[in-house]
Design a protein around this ligand. Structure first.
Ligand SMILES: Nc1ncnc2c1ncn2[C@@H]1O[C@H](COP(=O)(O)OP(=O)(O)OP(=O)(O)O)[C@@H](O)[C@H]1O
Length: 314
């Protein structure tokens, strides 16, 4: 039995040379397993050998019910679960960085991970009010990320912060820069979080339930924004949600997660048209009434009426 608390040996060969074969491949997660110690002798396996890939310009949705391991997977990509006592027991997380080098994030010491977080991989959480610092102005919080990772002067960083707020369509950006988080609406705060996440132009952006706390209209606006940014910037996006309606809006491909495993994966069209797993069919059946879906600005991504009816009847 291999020791469960050690990382794979650094000299272990990559599973395949898929990065050389595909210049647009940004992230390859292979057989990733994460567990939390419960007692001295027992552990809880939160993620049990998940594998997926994301290419530049692509949005992969990781979908599943609460507790299925989506956030633990995301936090492990940032190497943050170890700070909560988790052990990564096997697998690899290979990332193509902006300078084109491919690294296995699991091989990196904490100091290098510190430079990768925000600069190469960034994350947006559900609750922007607890992610933003209440006592710093919005502009300073965006600029801080730029100064830290890009070595810009304060004045340059302030200008980039302004550009970023405009990029995420915050109206009256000059004034908003000088405001504190509590002076912004929930939707505006989430735009600011996306601006911070994008400030260093990461190769991979993770959005963990970014619209769950927002009302439906604002949620639609944020999803629109993410799609527009995706088209403009072309980074790889990992979008975490429990809502298949959101998946239909935003994703190119889907991984369905259940109890720490990916049980189904495919293009958004294939999974909505011909879901293989009963669990996936149940998730699709939980999508709100077709009437509200029909209002979408992205009808091409929506399941057809026939798909929904057959899924509901399944
Ligand atoms: N720090 C921790 N210590 C112990 N167990 C944890 C810890 N963090 C998460 N878990 C457990 O890991 C499992 C997966 O949690 P995770 O947060 O990834 O679920 P999720 O799919 O993201 O659900 P949600 O949508 O509710 O966030 C859960 O059973 C959770 O209780």
């Amino acid at each position: 039995m291999p020791p469960t608390d050690s990382l794979p040996p650094p000299d272990a060969p990559p599973p395949t040379d898929d990065f050389a074969a595909d210049p647009d491949l940004v992230l390859a997660v292979d057989d990733l397993a994460v567990e939390f110690p419960l007692t001295r002798k027992t552990t809880f396996a939160a993620v049990k050998g998940v594998s997926f890939r994301i290419r530049r310009g692509e949005t992969l949705a990781l979908v599943g019910e609460s507790g299925s391991g989506k956030s633990v997977t995301a936090m492990t990509l940032m190497r943050l679960t170890e700070h909560d006592g988790a052990r990564i027991t096997r697998g690899s997380i290979r990332l193509r960085m902006k300078d084109a080098r491919v690294v296995n994030l699991l091989d990196l010491p904490e100091k290098r991970m510190d430079n990768i977080r925000g600069a190469e991989v960034s994350i947006v959480f559900q609750d922007p009010i607890s992610s933003l610092n209440p006592v710093y102005r919005v502009g300073d919080q965006i600029a801080e990320a730029v100064v830290r990772h890009q070595g810009k002067t304060k004045e340059q960083a302030r200008r980039i912060a302004l550009d970023m707020l405009r990029l995420v369509r915050v109206p009256d950006a000059e004034r908003r820069l000088r405001q504190f988080p509590h002076q912004l609406s929930g939707g505006m705060r989430q735009r600011v979080m996306i601006a911070i996440a994008l400030a260093c132009r990461p190769s991979l952006m993770i959005l963990d339930e970014p619209t769950t706390a927002l009302d439906v209209t604002i949620q639609a606006q944020i999803l629109d924004l993410v799609r527009a940014l995706q088209a403009e910037i072309g980074m790889a996006v990992l979008f975490i949600t429990h809502d298949m309606g959101v998946v239909a809006e935003i994703a190119d491909r889907i991984c369905v997660m259940l109890k720490g495993e990916i049980i189904e994966t495919g293009s958004v069209y294939d999974v909505f048209d011909t879901p293989r797993e009963t669990y996936t069919r149940a998730l699709i059946a939980a999508v709100p009434a077709l009437g509200s879906l029909a209002d979408s600005p992205h009808p091409q991504k929506f399941p057809t009426a026939a798909t929904l009816t057959s899924a509901e009847g399944a």
